[in-house]
Design a protein around this ligand. Structure first.
Ligand SMILES: Nc1ncnc2c1ncn2[C@@H]1O[C@H](COP(=O)(O)OP(=O)(O)O)[C@@H](O)[C@H]1O
Ligand SMILES: [Mg+2]
Length: 365
């Protein structure tokens, strides 16, 4: 069985086999020494009516297991946060409350939260188990996505984020390709909606990096732990995710969360066209707009973002359409002319015959 975890230094996702559990090894990406994690909760363990069947991997917030909900006889993804991640008793209750709010969200592009609760060693969240591949894994395996495909993926995510913002002012706070699941029918689903907020203590920038997942995609205001962030913070992260999808690499690189944050607060990322010279100017412009350091320079609403992304999918198609339709029109015009010529021929012939007949009749007299 394989499971996935992140390098604690460079945050790249690593897949390992059971035999590596707990081993000391080197990160294949940054080559620093790492300890491969081991699941704290094993197969058969029951938590809140869910029985663990398989360890799927570890994220920044804890373990994720494939589990069976005995009462409903269905499989779920069970995310477990142990007490050491949830510093205070209040955090536990806040986490459960937040998840209950999320469970009310119902959107085709959001992975639904099923239930959440507390147990002796921590808290858990059960969500729909999605069989598919994350956009991060697709890019890692196949290289950068085609621009059209990346835009269409981001439109689905933007629709999901719009729904969450408009139905409860819920921010995601961890928008990144690792949370975009593409299922077997090519549908794009957003995972981990709003979970980061429950665990955000706003008091320690390194904790923030650790708790809220990878820092590459985080908006500068979120990295500064501003207390008044709004939907434009998720809009920045969607821009950073689009950057990753079309270039194959996240917008910032650093050896630690702190280094990435420091870069983010002081520098613009490497222009996307430097990674991928074939990128259209339009795509680079959209990425720059979404990732503007100054929040007021970003699109202010999800509707604006969706329009911008949809527009960017269009140009080539529209140009093609004009070409096709003008060709069709030209063809139709020629056909009409021929048709007109064809349909006037019998009339002309009839007139000539009548003239001949009348002339012959007159001459005959
Ligand atoms: N709802 C889900 N369905 C299927 N697999 C999931 C689900 N949620 C998380 N996973 C898998 O569990 C692993 C850990 O996820 P997570 O803790 O969210 O970390 P991250 O988002 O940083 O990858 C990932 O490999 C992810 O693909
Ligand atoms: Mg996740």
């Amino acid at each position: 069985m394989t499971f996935k975890f992140r390098c604690p230094h460079c945050f790249r996702k690593i897949a390992a086999n059971d035999e590596f559990k707990g081993a000391k090894t080197e990160c294949p990406s940054c080559e620093r020494s790492i300890q491969v994690p081991e699941a704290q909760f094993g197969v058969g363990k029951e938590i809140g009516g869910f029985v663990i069947e398989q360890w799927l991997g570890n994220g920044a917030m804890g373990e994720v297991h494939l589990a069976k909900q005995s009462a409903m006889d269905r499989l779920v993804a069970l995310k477990i946060m142990t007490n050491d991640k949830l510093c205070e008793e209040d955090d536990k209750q806040r986490f459960v409350r937040e998840i209950q709010t999320l469970a009310k969200l119902n959107h085709p592009n959001i992975v639904s939260a099923i239930s959440a609760g507390e147990f002796d060693e921590g808290s858990y969240l059960a969500m729909t188990y999605v069989t598919g591949t994350t956009a991060e894994d697709i890019v890692n395996k196949d290289g950068p996505m085609a621009e059209k495909e990346a835009f269409s993926c981001c439109v689905s995510i933007a629709e999901a984020l719009k729904h969450a913002w408009e139905n409860g002012k819920i921010l995601h706070r961890d928008v990144k390709p690792a949370n975009f699941m593409i299922d077997e029918e090519n549908k794009v689903l957003l995972m981990d909606m709003g979970i980061a907020k429950s665990l955000d203590n706003d008091n320690d920038i390194t904790m923030a990096g650790m708790v809220m997942g990878t820092p590459y995609y985080m908006s500068p205001e979120q990295a500064r732990a501003d207390s008044s962030i709004d939907q434009r913070s998720d809009i920045y992260s969607l821009g950073a995710s689009l950057y990753h999808l079309v270039t194959g690499t996240p917008p910032y690189h650093g050896k630690s969360a702190m280094q990435v944050m420091a870069q983010k607060l002081g520098e613009n990322p490497i222009p996307p066209e430097e990674h991928q010279p074939k990128l259209s100017q339009r795509t680079c412009k959209v990425i720059n707009e979404l990732m503007a350091i100054d929040v007021d320079q970003r699109p202010g609403t999800w509707d604006e973002v969706i329009e911008l992304l949809k527009e960017s999918e269009k140009p080539k198609k529209a140009a093609k359409k004009i070409h096709v339709s003008s060709a069709v029109e030209a063809k139709n015009a020629v056909a009409n002319q021929t048709q007109q010529k064809k349909s006037s021929l019998p009339i002309i012939l009839t007139v000539i015959i009548i003239i001949i007949a009348v002339t012959a009749f007159v001459l005959g007299k």
